[in-house]
Design a protein around this ligand. Sequence first.
Ligand code: PLP
Length: 367
Amino acid sequence: MKEFWSSRIRDIVPYTPGEQPKDRTFIKLNTNENPYPPSPMALEYIRRATGPDLRLYPDPDGTSLRETLAAFNGLKPEQIFLGNGSDEVLAMCFPAFFEPDRPVVFADITYSFYPVYAKLYGQPYREIPLDEHFHLETEPYLGDNGGVILTNPNAPTGRAIPLHDIRAILEANPDVVVIVDEAYVDFGARSAREIIYAYPNLLVVRTMSKSRSLAGLRVGFAMGNANLIAALNCVKNSFNSYTLDRLALAGAEGAIHDVEYQRATLFKIMSTRSWTETVLRHLGFSVCESSANFLFVSHPDLPAKELQEGLRARGILVRWWDKPRIANYLRISIGTDSDMKALCQALTDLLTQAGISLEPMAQELLQ
Ligand SMILES: *Cc1c(COP(=O)(O)O)cnc(C)c1O
């Protein structure tokens, strides 16, 4: 029943976020949230913003937060754009930069929100297949494109794109905008931020949701040439002047200032990732090399869907997609050490139950 729905949205299949369970406490490894709380400084800034001033609108330009982000990233405030989560920033990029007569390109296996935005805006697009190991080949990106979206490191594979490949794509597409979605870059990939000065067509998009443990606050931002930022402001100010509320602006600023806390949580997550990767390999999984806070894994003897269901029954949520090429893969977010130990133990049980014999080494690592 889509009576009264505009023809623009009648055929859209919206993005499906990972499950946020309300009924019982799961170990949540399905939406790449950070297992550690936000920085105490972020919470302190939010507390200070909680008061009578909430009757007033927030700063529509988020000046203070933009100044802080600029200072920490070696840029000017006019090179920073803020959004209500990076999803909103990405959504605003479509009307800001792309033309309806030239298809935008992105990988066939990447963040599944891009094709949804494209359809919402009636923007034609072309998906470029990753190679059989899910590596991005630059060659197909060097043609005549209406715009490019790269995800570095990629989701859901976790693979990083080398900076020289990003440069090659920027240089081959000088007349269109190349967006690099760096949602997970802090977990081990090299940012394209350092080449913003060299490429007026480069837009780097970041989020506070993953590495800053602030998914609940909804803060994302973009960095690029002031001209690109002005285009995004034109879209934003034609849509909603106040996309970030006072608490979000304050909390994000506190988080950015807490350099030490950020360093410590990133270190913990990266070492937990490396432990988990080792155990999963000993359990017979193939694991994509990850520069993100998740692992993309597949087992030769047990279908991913069965593993996902088995884990769910044991109180652990992971992400599985019924999609071509990746239907036998699971994306597992990195939690705390004890979350990952529980995950590996549950996988060991599931494999044993299925009569799959395990390396003694796997058991030893779990002791
Ligand atoms: C999580 C994610 C986002 C969205 O982040 P928000 O800031 O929470 O909206 C964008 N891109 C990718 C690739 C992501 O994984």
